[in-house]
Design a protein around this ligand. Structure first.
Ligand code: FEO
Ligand code: CA
Ligand code: CA
Ligand code: CA
Length: 634
């Protein structure tokens, strides 16, 4: 996000020192009634060098592509990429399929049944194991209100706030590969939108807690909406996890926020101007509403009547997303990070084992268990510190009277335990067999600044504009309390003068890793999110548009596979089980430096993917296929 936001992503002043889900190959995924339909293309991890799906060729069989600053997308020779399901496309709700209006003139009621804005994490759910028909579920992280409304933010109104809220959240669409092209199945009874005003149940220790009770919801058990949904994860029982990331920007706070509010980045004036027409987001009037966001939400895409749930046992955070591993004895371990400067990495170990029988059989699995925060020590070891009310310094006197209060204040609890302040943890990916987890640390330009934490072993660069990928291997099993860690790669460009901006990449240069996905052949896909304000100049000059690269972990080689259009983030990756279709997302093509486009000139930086006169740049999914029908990456 933008420079303006950077200030808000920086509320850790505490004094402590500074997956995708991969199944065991034998493991079953229970979908649609628990028939044991096997897994998605991303599952079944293999150790590096153990590729089988693609036959005997090398892990990375494609020719790498150069950087670019052109307003187009590029894939290697022999591949094709097609934009799909762009912002504003009708999702296929029966009887309500309004077409996108090129002047952004659709009202809020239309937006509520169209693809949202700013596509982010996504996942393909095969129907009955199919690689040609399934559900595509994806997040819509936030809105550019200069682009969302025909005249931008002029004459700000309740209708515009409602439209912005409708453009947030999550989409479920049914898709089908027909006559050589993927299409949205319309109408479809699966088609569904979750917006910033859809009802969510609350599960876990914060459900019903006094700090969750509001005037509109005195029981503290039903929250309207999810927002700033960033990364996606899937569960072994077939549901979808989505992280509520930068929720603080949606709220206006008091002139002088209290210490707890400050710790969560609440400011007198937020970014989105929702409180002007929706007092729920005015934390002066409704202080507890602020506690009801920052959770991992769980959605069952196969049950259109299901109520999604905020899983509070996983802790409140500016959650990028959540990814699940499975212990040898069948419990789920959920990893998550908090994308804000100097924040933390968490894991949650369920009390109970995963039950056969799909979503319904595991409806409360994520509500009971133990939450931990990570400490990375200088000697390459690490420790998971339990966040349990009543233990150690996590006392009532320190503000943690019960586990509900603790999870609402997980940042403050982590501060007390001396967890390691990281360089903005984004996505995670899990190698189930190797007990190894990868995490992108996208950047932290304030590392080492005056009055800010200095470098440490895990976050080793001051003014870290490039970011790094850290990896750790759990001792014993995923529920272990110790681990060993190292860096997979420090991003950068060896041509830079400043040593901290050079990195140590073996292969093609990149900066600001964000999305990361391990596919079933063992390729680690790395996606980048340099902000528009950083592009094409200085230390980023040679790195060009945001991109996706493939890493062969056995050699460490990184090879560029995809470059996106101008000022767009490349994010989210999911494959069909046969690995012959890959879906990724392009977010905010044409992003402006202040994150709001000029409605009088919306195509100033990009007109992707439609290149239509009088049109608008639109976030969209990209479908990547090999022209010969082969496996992606070969
Ligand atoms: Fe939404 Fe941290 O990227
Ligand atoms: Ca991200
Ligand atoms: Ca990012
Ligand atoms: Ca972005």
């Amino acid at each position: 996000m933008a420079k303006d936001f950077d200030a808000m992503e920086d509320s850790n002043r505490s004094g402590n020192p500074s997956i995708h889900q991969l199944s065991d190959p034998a493991r079953r995924i229970w979908l649609k009634g628990g028939t044991g339909a096997l897994a998605m293309g991303l599952l079944a991890p293999l150790l590096p060098g153990c590729a089988t799906t693609a036959g005997s060729g090398p892990l990375l069989g494609f020719k790498g592509i150069p950087t670019t600053d052109k307003d187009t997308m590029v894939v290697p020779e022999g591949y094709e990429a097609v934009a799909f399901a762009a912002w504003g496309e009708p999702i296929g709700v029966p009887g309500h399929m309004p077409a996108f209006r090129w002047d952004a003139g659709n009202p809020a009621a239309d937006q509520a049944v169209q693809m949202g804005m700013h596509h982010d994490g996504l996942h393909y759910y095969p129907i009955d194991g199919s690689s040609t028909r399934g559900l595509l579920v994806m997040n819509h992280e936030y809105t550019d209100d200069g682009l969302l409304h025909a005249d931008g933010m002029k004459t700000w109104s309740a209708e515009k706030v409602r439209k912005a809220q409708a453009a947030h959240g999550v989409s479920v669409i049914e898709i089908e590969l027909k006559d050589g092209a993927w299409q949205i199945v319309r109408p479809s009874t699966y088609a569904r939108r979750f917006t910033a005003y859809s009802p969510f149940a609350v599960g876990g220790p914060a459900a019903g807690h006094a700090l969750m009770q509001t005037a509109a919801d005195p029981a503290g058990r039903t929250v309207l909406g999810t927002l700033n949904n960033c990364a996606s994860g899937l569960t072994p029982w077939g549901t979808y996890l989505s992280g509520e990331e930068n929720f603080a920007f949606y709220f206006d706070g008091p002139k002088t926020p209290d210490a707890d509010q400050r710790r969560w980045g609440l400011r007198e004036t937020g970014f989105y101007r929702w409180p002007e027409h929706d007092p729920r987001f005015d934390a002066k009037q409704h202080p507890n509403e602020f506690h009801r966001f920052g959770w991992v939400v769980e959605i069952d895409p196969f049950d259109p009547t299901s109520t999604p749930v905020k899983r509070t046992a996983l802790g409140r955070a500016a959650h990028e997303g959540a990814w699940i591993a499975t212990t040898k004895n069948g419990r789920a371990v959920v990893y998550s990070g908090e994308d804000a400067r100097f924040e933390y990495i968490y894991k949650f170990v369920t009390r109970d084992k995963i039950a056969p029988g799909g979503a319904k059989a595991n409806a409360t699995l994520l509500d009971h268990g133990t939450l931990y925060v990570a400490r990375f020590d200088a000697d390459g070891s690490g420790r998971w510190l339990p966040l349990v009310a009543g233990q150690g310094p996590l006392t009532a006197a320190n503000g943690f009277a019960d586990q509900g209060a603790l999870v609402i204040k997980s940042r403050q609890a982590s501060d007390r335990l001396g967890a390691t302040k990281m360089d903005r943890p984004e996505w995670l990916a899990i190698d189930q067999k190797a007990l190894t987890v990868y995490c992108t640390l996208t950047n932290n330009s304030q590392r080492g600044e005056k009055d800010r934490p200095g470098v440490d072993a895990a976050n080793p660069r001051a003014n870290n504009v490039m970011g790094q990928i850290i990896q750790w291997t759990e001792d014993g099993d995923f529920d272990g309390s110790t681990f060993r860690w190292k860096h997979l790669v420090l991003a950068g460009d060896p041509a830079n003068e400043r040593p901290e901006a050079r990195g140590n990449i073996n292969g093609d240069i990149f900066a600001c890793p964000d999305g990361i996905t391990l596919d079933a052949r063992g390729v680690l896909w790395i996606q980048t999110d340099k902000h528009a304000s950083q592009m094409y100049k200085g230390e980023m000059q040679r790195i060009g548009n945001n991109q996706m690269l493939a890493c062969d972990r056995s050699t460490g080689e990184v090879r560029r596979f995809f470059t996106g259009p101008v000022n767009a983030e490349v994010t989210g990756a999911t494959l069909t089980p046969d690995m012959r279709t890959m879906f990724i997302n392009i977010q905010h093509p044409g992003e402006s430096a202040n994150d709001r486009s000029d409605p009088a000139n919306p195509t100033k930086f990009s007109n992707w993917p439609d290149y239509r006169e009088g049109g608008r740049p639109r976030s969209a999914t990209v479908i990547i296929r090999k022209k010969d029908g082969g496996v992606i990456g070969t």
